[in-house]
Design a protein around this ligand. Structure first.
Ligand code: ATP
Ligand code: ZN
Length: 559
């Protein structure tokens, strides 16, 4: 920057206030002023995103750091380092968690199975925090026991939803010495201060306008409250413990870590000073991720710690503006949900919207997911029946189907490379199925060639792509559990049987009558040509019994 003296002096004051360091030199009577960061955090005092150097995956992803889609470039070829914020384990996991973790699970499966990238995923479990302490006091159990119970429950719920586990789950309480060392270095680098009350705060002024890399801080003044902070935006790295609270020893006295520091420390302990992808729900962007960035860059003295921040949209109960959340107590637990629905259905529900958008949980949205899944399953079933020769159809236009299949494969890949556009992918699959179904019209009289191979190819592709999304069309338990469809089929069958039976009995032979009373002396008999129908009805009833379908009287069914 070149400027005349008085202007330079005014500018100095402003720049110093913003936490930057200034170096002057005089050249040909003109003062030359260079900006340095005040504490060597980096040479460039900018918020600008630096496009990483490395391996271009061919995928574009929306990056919250730039607020636009960017090419996903990884530091190492075909390796993605991915850190995600896990749950605070003081209560049951709910559908909001399910939504966020299933959506990111789908993204990771796409990266690994479609784009052949080895995703190394680390997730933290927040097992010490104000809410955990508060809940443990209410329930009169130790915070550790409370946290372990809900951690286990969370892992079981994730497994039930077929969310692939991270390479490792890491607990905050297993990493306290690492967290203390991390804070010490941040203090040493001049970006944090210790107060007389034994708290340690991050000094946001020390990084100037780099604070606000992720979120526009225009209107955000920070949390007031703590008296010993220098700036309301400063946040706790270490909190002095109150009497009877869980605590650990530290150079600043007994205490426990602040919330954000756990993620910076744990991510850095596995991945070092650079991270490809960081994910979490959109509520975590500020202050949590903003503060993680500030701490990590202050610790590593680097320009850019995390290259891509991915945020998932919130799940709301339909009609509610608030996200589903533990603290608002407006939640449906994953366990309760799975009493009425299956993991496949939940995954379809997630796939029908983009991972970044808000999603309404309602009967209507679940019906849509169920009916999409039934259409997919029915197609697979019919394609198999056709291949086995059980379903007779007119000759198909095979060439068109091969072309459709190939066009679908490329449009699916294109949609997924465009910020993981799953709704577009599902549309493409449904359109393929529609074309398949149009040609799978049952016919009674069939002559001409059959085309089982193309249906085999379509079937395996549909299964494969659904498998990528964690929708297992072959899961026998799912098929049985998702028996909304099967139940309807059984109901229809039983209804049909009862109609046939009624018909068989409707026209009877004249039964002999008692000459005195005029009443029938024997049970009425069906006409002889309808007897086989009655026999078939009986054998259907007998054959269904071992399959768990019990027909009582004319029509009752118990499964
Ligand atoms: N309703 C929701 N929709 C989508 N994601 C959610 C929802 N609720 C929580 N998450 C995400 O789940 C992860 C874990 O969240 P956390 O344990 O803080 O849940 P929470 O229910 O919001 O808790 P609290 O109410 O105590 O803040 C975070 O990434 C968060 O963004
Ligand atoms: Zn985090």
């Amino acid at each position: 920057i070149k400027m005349r003296l008085p202007l330079a002096l005014i500018a100095n004051v402003r720049l110093l206030n913003s936490g930057l360091r200034i170096r002057h030199s005089i050249h040909n009577g003109v003062i030359k002023t260079s900006l340095l960061s005040s504490h060597n955090i980096c040479s460039r005092a900018e918020r600008k995103w630096i496009k990483p150097a490395g391996f271009d995956t061919g995928v574009k992803t929306y990056n919250s750091l730039t607020k636009q889609k960017e090419p996903l470039v990884l530091a190492q070829e075909r390796i993605a380092t991915w850190y995600s914020c896990g749950p605070t384990v003081y209560d049951h996991a709910h559908l909001g968690h399910a939504c966020s973790y299933v959506r990111f699970d789908i993204l990771q499966r796409i990266l690994s199975r479609i784009f052949e990238i080895n995703v190394i995923h680390v997730m933290v479990i927040t097992d010490i925090d104000d809410k955990i302490i508060q809940r443990s006091l209410e329930q009169n159990i130790s915070p550790t026991v409370l946290a372990r119970m809900h951690e286990e429950e969370f892992k079981r719920d994730m497994q039930a939803l077929r969310v692939l586990p991270p390479a490792v789950y890491m607990r905050v309480t297993d990493n306290i010495p690492q967290i203390v060392a991390f804070i010490k270095r941040i203090i040493g680098n001049g970006h944090a201060y210790v107060t007389s009350q034994g708290n340690v705060y991050f000094d946001t002024q020390s990084i100037g306008n780099r604070y606000g890399k992720l979120v526009n801080l225009g209107g955000i003044v920070g949390e007031l409250g703590a008296q010993d902070k220098r700036d309301p935006r400063d946040f706790a790295l270490w909190k002095a413990s109150k009497p009877h609270e869980p605590h650990w020893e530290s150079p600043w006295g007994q205490g426990r870590p602040g919330w954000h520091i756990e993620c910076s420390t744990i991510a850095s302990s596995v991945f070092g000073s650079q991270l490809d992808i960081h994910s979490g729900g959109i509520d975590l962007a500020f202050p949590h991720h903003e503060n993680e960035i500030a701490q990590s860059e202050a610790y590593h003295q680097c320009e850019q710690w995390g290259n891509y921040f991915l945020h998932s949209g919130h799940l709301h109960l339909k009609g509610s503006v608030e996200k589903m959340s533990k603290s608002l107590k407006n939640y449906v637990t994953i366990k309760d949900f799975l009493k009425s629905f299956t993991a496949n259905e939940f995954r379809l529900f997630c796939l029908l919207t983009r991972y970044r958008s808000a999603i309404d949980y309602s009967d209507a949205s679940m019906n849509e997911a169920q009916s999409t899944l039934s259409t997919i399953s029915a197609f697979c079933h019919n394609a198999q029946a056709y291949m086995q020769g059980h379903l007779q159809c007119q000759p198909t236009e095979e060439g068109i189907l091969w072309e459709r299949l190939s066009a679908t494969q490329s449009s699916v890949r294109k949609a997924l490379a465009d910020d993981f556009d799953t709704p577009k992918t599902v549309d493409a699959i449904m359109s393929l199925i529609h074309h398949g179904n149009c040609q799978l019209q049952p016919a009674t009289k069939v002559d001409g060639p059959r085309s089982p191979a193309v249906f085999g190819a379509m079937l395996s592709y549909v299964r494969e792509i659904m498998g990528v999304f964690g929708v297992d069309l072959l899961d026998r338990k799912e098929v049985h559990d998702s028996s909304g469809v099967l139940n309807n089929v059984v109901e229809e069958l039983v209804h049909f049987r009862s109609k046939v039976r009624k018909f068989a009995l409707s026209v009877e032979d004249q039964a002999p009558q008692d000459p005195h009373t005029g009443s029938e002396i024997q049970k009425r008999h069906p006409q002889p040509d309808r007897v086989p129908l009655l026999k078939d009805c009986d054998s259907l009833r007998n054959n269904l019994a071992p399959l768990g379908v019990h027909i009582k009287g004319g029509s009752k069914v118990r499964r």
